[in-house]
Design a protein around this ligand. Sequence first.
Ligand code: ADP
Ligand code: ADP
Ligand code: MG
Length: 451
Amino acid sequence: MFSKILIANRGEIACRIIRTARRLGVRTVAVYSDADIGAMHVALADEAIHIGAAAAGESYLSKEKIIAAAGRANAEAIHPGYGFLSENADFAEAVEKAGLVFIGPSPGSIRAMGLKDAAKALMERAGVPVVPGYHGERQEPGFLIEQAGSIGFPVLIKARAGGGGKGMRRVDRPDDFPAALEAAKREAKSAFGDDAVLIEKYLIQPRHIEIQVFGDSQGNVVHLFERDCSLQRRHQKVIEEAPAPGMTQEMRSAMGGAAVRAARAIDYRGAGTVEFIVDVSDGLSPDHFFFMEMNTRLQVEHPVTEAIAGVDLVEWQLRIAGGEPLPKTQAELAINGWAFEARIYAEDPSRGFLPATGTLSHLRFPDGDVRIDAGVREGDSITPHYDPLIAKLTVHAPDRPAALARLTRALEQTQVAGTTTNLDFLIRLSRQPDFFAGRPDTGLIDREAEA
Ligand code: ADP
Ligand code: ADP
Ligand code: MG
């Protein structure tokens, strides 16, 4: 095990990594920007190093400053968390070049999954079902509209470099295609510096079901079951659960097997998530799930998996990065109970989920039976510089109704003053009849908003 690691991140994920490191006797080094001098992750870490201005480009996204800080602190490894540099292959490579361990997959694995078009082509070759569509090189508008026609409308135009739900346009009719293509390309260019797109069949009312995978450097790969992340607003997850409602053993082993094949195809090491979209028009059926993308990092919603599988995924990450084999075999892993996670954000659901800011003059979380992953304390501020996540609330119970009741109660007992939040929205959502009955789909929130 390492004796000291640097955490190249901030907020809740930095705090969460510190907690496990401390339990394992690993010293932690935080990095922080001008905006985070008094931040919780800085207070929790054993050491903290200032790396620059508030703008992420000057601090949390600066490869050079972060690697220099690790050198200065004599850290042996860097944990990137999620977001920022976590899926940046050049960063992983630079970390290794500096003689440090990157707590994550190899630069080659990150690159293989970095672009959605190349990743889909690779997965097809590995025998993993992919969303029907065009994911080749050609980008001429005339050619793409022809492809859209043969795929059949509605289609989804997707930036190949996309992430966070950006650079996507649903197109229902051929006439709308040229303008949507232009808009998607414009958005992709400005958000990702790459305007290439792929075209997918747009699935109506599908579910998002993803599989947690883990590999070690000895070549072992396991999956830790599924998470259902179908409750989304603007293609971003809001409430996640594990296991997925209605999941059958047959479907789970088909999806788990496909995810393990995906990981093996890229010699995967560490924590990863293979995201699938599932056509549920005929129920959950093993020939109706399709690879969308793989996130080569720890995922925001990893606590629901930790709850049902009874493991600490950050501990697994640290052990594997240190060269140890996977702590458990597939046969030793089992699902226990049901878990939900809700993401509490400073945002205004009534204004298109516009991010909000403010100083948290009052902040109370429920005690007992609830896991709170917060990155802020009472008195801290949510600033416009970073993700406006306040906390993640995770509940675990023997079955889905009990877990959902616990989620609603925990949300009702949470108090936040000083900024607008999505708390009321989450409480309403936790009681929404289709969700309550175990029938989530990715369009549910938008339909509710229109109703
Ligand atoms: P990102 O990198 O932004 O996460 P994804 O490819 O994972 O992009 O897609 C984000 C979300 O968009 C999915 O979780 C799903 O809800 C929706 N989505 C993606 N592809 C399709 C599709 N072909 N049909 C319908 N919805 C889709
Ligand atoms: P996940 O796939 O892990 O559920 P998303 O696909 O929604 O999460 O996006 C990755 C996560 O990383 C999001 O929660 C997003 O807010 C967060 N994120 C993305 N970019 C940054 C960033 N620059 N700083 C902090 N968090 C970020
Ligand atoms: Mg995704």
